[in-house]
Design a protein around this ligand. Structure first.
Ligand code: TEU
Length: 570
């Protein structure tokens, strides 16, 4: 029996609702599709699911632009479908986490519409970040901030037929940033928390958790000046301060990781404590320094933060070893469990990243014009990385399809792409659509069984994004019950992990650990884990009893092949 709260060691499976499973045949996943496949997830052995946004939204950023935090978008069903899904999940022993998007709303949210209808200086405007422009006629934006999706972070509105104030949007123009200095904003978001807690959700994944508070006076940021080139009015090359500058932003960003943000989480922590049953918050905060990130998970704030340091390490023993060591150390100082994540709906799927000539690169999307990954090599490495991740103490996050070894769709035609980042950078940033392609369930069906034919006429429309032909090899029904498949590797790993309570275990480097030679090796409980990222086979200790190997032939003759990993006891 676990002695710590469930989330301290949970394996949490991310569902991207529009691409998980489609029950009503409209080509878009839905909550009934989630509900129908909960047994699949329970049998896989995950402990919880996290659902990306399914709230009412114009879908300008695939639902991360929320128009009503208390309603389900008709694309996905209704509140009734949500409640049915939730109670079935709980019945199967699965916890349910929902996404909360507090940094910005949709421009179609009632509040923003009200703000547009009221004059500068009104209380309706004060819920957002409206400012007068610079220059004589206010024709220059209030400061030099750039949107994470490319282009300016400010858009000017038209008032009574003439150009008026500007509003801030760190993301798309259709995602105006809220003003977290406004008490009404704080009260409203706590009420949204309660709305979902009352329905029974077990926690929230907090979107852009490091972004809500901005530096007083909204100062220009020199960090941009260095990176921005070309005409300010055009969409310049993508600016991503978070991923481009490591480990610390210099000068620090005035819109990310401000100290004031922690007060918000202290009050949310108090809200959660009013409820029974270890409810939790997990921060999506792209904060590079593990010590800064650890601040989000102090005892009176959030329970977890995604450990992107591990994700960003790529397939590189030294970087993985450093990320593991630093993350464990940083979290130990605050007493919080460490989390591990390899992929999500914002990143190129890791089997594809690991198949690039430099498997530590971190493209934000891949197109047909770009270098194409070696699919087999990337998959071999991804399977080995899964064995590393699932043996580490703490909590692990999986992204839907990861258990199938699903690759990125790297040749997706521009005509199908929907990610706002793609458009705001004129396609320079390839966009995140390639990792959001609908899952293949049944290889022989149209759309690989993504949509169920339960519509009246038995017809379904094509999935909202086309799937590459290779998805036929990764379908659930192709891998299910097949020894050696990625699905069965994950299932075995999750069961061994549970049997030995590895999530609650202790990490210590094993004698074989030698990252400079490409070897990552550690002990946890009775298991030793070794991953070989090098190019030569590695000798396993005599008497090693193989528990699980990432490739059937990888641990034969007492040797561990390159690009593979094993769990063993001796
Ligand atoms: O992402 C926040 C964020 O910082 C991302 O832009 C990230 O840096 C990038 O996608 C990595 O390639 C969250 C959501 O996960 C993302 O889907 C949303 O678009 C974004 O917030 C805005 O809500």
């Amino acid at each position: 029996m676990p002695t710590k709260p469930w989330w301290a060691s949970a394996v949490i499976y991310q569902i991207y609702p529009r691409s998980f499973a489609d029950r009503n045949g409209d080509g878009m996943g839905d909550l009934s599709g989630v509900c129908e496949n909960l047994e699949y997830l329970a049998e896989l052995g995950v402990n919880a699911i996290w659902l990306s946004p399914f709230y009412l939204s114009p879908q300008a950023d695939a639902g991360y632009d929320v128009a009503d935090y208390r309603r389900v978008d008709p694309l996905f069903g209704d509140l009734n479908d949500f409640d049915t899904m939730l109670s079935k999940a709980h019945g199967l022993g699965l916890r349910v986490i929902v996404d909360l998007v507090p940094n910005h709303t949709s421009d179609e949210h009632a509040w923003f519409q009200e703000a547009l209808a009221h004059p500068a200086g009104s209380s309706a405007r004060d819920r957002y970040m409206f400012r007068d422009g610079r220059g004589n006629g206010g024709e220059e934006p209030p400061n030099n901030w750039r949107s994470i999706f490319g282009g300016r972070a400010w858009t000017r509105i038209t008032e009574n037929g003439v150009p008026g104030q500007w509003y801030l949007h760190l993301f798309d123009t259709k995602q105006p940033d809220l003003n977290w200095d406004n008490p009404e904003v704080r009260t409203e978001m706590e009420s949204v928390l309660r709305f979902w807690l009352d329905r029974g959700v077990d926690g929230f994944r907090v979107d852009v958790a490091h972004g809500m508070v901005k530096a007083a006076g909204l100062p220009d940021w020199e960090g941009h000046t260095a990176m921005v080139s070309g005409d300010e009015t055009e969409n310049p090359a993508p600016q991503d301060p978070v991923h481009q500058q490591k480990p610390a932003l210099d000068p620090p960003s005035p819109f990310f990781d401000q100290d004031g943000v922690h007060e918000i989480y202290r009050s949310w922590n108090r809200v959660l404590k009013e409820y029974q049953g270890d409810r939790m918050l997990v921060a999506e905060a792209w904060v590079e320094q593990p010590e800064r990130l650890a601040q989000y998970v102090r005892a009176d704030e959030m329970q977890q933060a995604f450990n992107f340091d591990f994700l960003l390490a790529g397939w590189d023993a030294e970087r993985m070893a450093t990320a593991i060591e630093k993350s464990l150390a940083a979290n130990a100082t605050v007493g919080a469990p460490t989390t591990w994540v390899l992929s999500n709906h914002d990143t190129v799927r890791h089997p594809s990243r690991f198949g690039l000539a430099d498997p530590t690169t971190f493209p934000k999307g891949i197109s047909a014009e770009d270098e194409q990954p070696d699919e087999a090599l990337g998959l071999a490495r991804a399977r080995a990385a899964a064995l590393l991740m699932l043996a580490l103490p703490g909590s692990a996050y999986m992204y839907q399809g990861e258990e199938l070894g699903l690759p990125e769709h790297t040749t997706l035609d521009a005509a199908f792409r929907q990610d706002p980042a793609f458009f705001r950078t004129n396609g320079i940033e390839r966009g995140r659509d390639g990792c959001r392609v609908p899952l293949p369930w049944r290889a022989s069906e149209r759309g690989y069984g993504f949509s169920s034919c339960d519509t009246q006429d038995g017809n379904t429309v094509a999935p909202w994004l086309p799937q590459p032909p290779s998805f036929a090899n990764y379908a659930v029904d192709v891998e299910m019950g097949v020894a050696g498949s990625t699905l069965e590797l994950y299932r075995s790993a999750l069961h061994v992990r549970a049997a030995h309570t590895l999530g609650e275990g202790t990490h210590s480097w094993a004698p074989q650990h030698d990252p400079r030679s490409g070897v990552v090796a550690f002990n946890n409980g009775p298991l030793t884990v070794i991953a070989n990222t090098g190019s030569a086979p590695l000798e396993l200790p005599p008497g090693a009893e193989i528990v699980l190997a990432s490739a059937a032939e990888s641990a034969s003759n007492g040797e561990l092949a390159p690009n593979s990993a094993v769990w063993f006891t001796n």
